[in-house]
Design a binder for this molecule. Structure first.
Ligand code: ZN
Length: 222
């Protein structure tokens, strides 16, 4: 059994079980940097039919080197990120509902709760609109990442890209991004009805929460 392939499979199933993907859309990949092989969801295969044998292995140029199925049509965007951000080992792409609402509006998700501060420590930015030809999506994600250092980026009129140190972490980021987008959506509506102004958490508070969550004080010893 291939460990990374199994992790990529599980991270894809995680999206489906958490209602972050619809139909056959969305995908997670993971890279073995030593072997320069990227494992990714096959194109157009329903999540309920996915198994380890259907996960496709491609090289960094997109050539299939493992498996019989065609890789996701989003593979070039994943590869662009792997080629340009060395520390990334897992990437996730979704069109989850609340994230997509803000992608249409072109509005970033601000840090209004301590749980958002914990996980990301910064707002979730929105890219410019780009089409899906050539490396347009990859290039735009990289541009936003370099400007904001955010590992989650909302693609204008599209959805979300998350990248992390593993495929499971990337899909966890997709779950949390959707949750923060939903909270922001309802806060906007309730704020409007009740005539209340929404205030972001102060930077100092955001830093405090982020630092604790990412220190050994949070969670169990590894
Ligand atoms: Zn998409």
């Amino acid at each position: 059994m291939n460990n990374l392939k199994e992790k990529v499979l599980k991270a894809n199933i995680f999206l489906w079980k958490n209602n972050l993907v619809y139909g056959t859309q969305g995908n997670v990949s993971g890279i073995e940097r030593d072997r320069e092989i990227v494992y990714i969801k096959p194109s157009g295969v329903p999540y309920e039919e996915l198994d380890e044998g259907k996960i496709v292995g491609v090289d960094l140029k997109g050539k299939v080197i493992e498996g019989n199925l065609k890789p996701s049509v989003d593979t070039p965007h994943h590869l662009y990120i792997y080629r340009n951000i060395e520390k990334v080992k897992g990437i996730c792409h979704t069109h989850s509902k609340f994230i997509t609402v803000f992608s249409v509006l072109g509005i970033s998700i601000p840090v209004i709760t301590t749980s958002h501060a914990d996980v990301f420590g910064k707002e979730i930015p929105v890219s410019k609109y780009v089409d899906n030809t050539s490396d347009n999506i990859g290039r735009e994600i990289l541009r936003v990442y370099e400007k904001t250092k955010s590992c989650v980026v909302i693609l204008k009129n599209h959805g979300l890209f998350c990248f992390a140190e593993s495929p499971e972490r990337a899909s966890f980021y997709a779950l949390m991004s959707e949750y923060f987008a939903e909270i922001f959506f309802y806060t906007l509506i309730a704020g409007k009805i009740l005539n209340k102004k929404i205030k972001n958490l102060p930077i100092k508070e955001i830093e405090k929460w982020y630092e604790r969550y990412h220190s050994e004080r949070y969670g169990q010893k590894k």
